[in-house]
Structures are given as C-alpha cells and as structure tokens.
Design a protein around this ligand. Sequence first.
Ligand SMILES: [Zn+2]
Length: 205
Amino acid sequence: MNEAKVREAICEIGASIFERGLTAGSSGNISVRVADGWLMTPTNASLGRLDPARLSKLDDSGRPIGGDAPTKESFLHRVMYEERGDTGAVVHLHSTHSVAVSCLSDVDPHDVLPPITAYYVMRVGRLPLVPYFRPGDLALAEAVRDFAGKHHAVLLANHGPVVAGSSLDAAVNAVEELEETAKLYLLLRGAKTRFLTPQQVKELQ
Ligand SMILES: [Zn+2]
C-alpha cells in the first residue's frame, strides 16, 4: 500500500471506530509503519474527523517531520515497534468495556480476561495488565516495554488497551475482539460460565 492509501485507510478506520463508540472525544490513537518512518494520528484530534493531509509523520528515529504534532501517547506506539520487529500498526483506544475491565481489582494481572471464545484466544491471547501511571508519565513506556516482547496486546490499568498488529487491519481486528470480549466478560460476571478448557486453548495456540 502506498503512503497516500495508508493515510486514507487510517482516516477511514478512525471514523469507523469513532462512529461505533469505540473511543470518545479526542481519545484513542493509531499509527502505521510506512517505508521511511511512521504515520500517526495527531494530538487532540478526534478519530472521527481525521484529515489525511494533517496526519503526523515521523522519521525512522521518531522525529516529527510533517503534519500536525503527534499524539502525546506516541511513546506507547514507539515501544511496541521497538520491541516487536514484525509490527506494522498499533492502535490504542479508551474503549468503554476494556477500560471498565482495566479498573476491576479482582482480575489476574498476568492474564486479565478468561478464554471466552476461540477468536479471542487467536487474535489476542494472554492479556497482561500494565500498572497505572498518570497521563504523560514516561515510566508508562518502560512498564509497557516489559510486556511488549511477549505480548502484542496489553491493557493499561484504569486507561485502556494498546494492540500491535502486522497490519492496520490486524491491529484493529484484535483491539475490537478485545473490546467485545471485555463486554462479554462483564455480561457474564456472576453467571456460572463455561470458559474454554486449557486443552481447547492449547489447540488454538
Ligand atoms: Zn490513552
């Protein structure tokens, strides 16, 4: 895909995410690896109203070289690219059900959501909870780095998911699967539930 097409794809997917209520206001950000750096959604920009020409462009060393200033959460994206060589895109949302789960005090921080469906196991897998840091605290980048080598999806406590994928579609599909699974988990809390067995999970991995 050439850069013009990638710019259009980011804006199209951003609008779709926003219209479906998967992130609100100016929250959430998207980045995609291109031939000579990265494209990233700008700071204070709503995913619902992105302009292809104003997306931030960063060079290979992460220096802004075009468009509006990048999201203040760009360090979350950088860490994923640095620790996962096969990453083509990163999506971070403040999606309601995932954020709700990230605030629960009784989840397993090593694997927040149980294996409810096969698709969740295949697209997300084990989901660690990254401890809470205040917005803008760069210590959050280092905390994410600790998990990024082993996990393409992490959940930031009291904040939201960060998901890397080989392509923009792969990253978006995985973060949507995560959000739907968080919703199912909340619907099922308190109900007697049959999760996938360890053997069934093993077959999918
Ligand atoms: Zn955020």
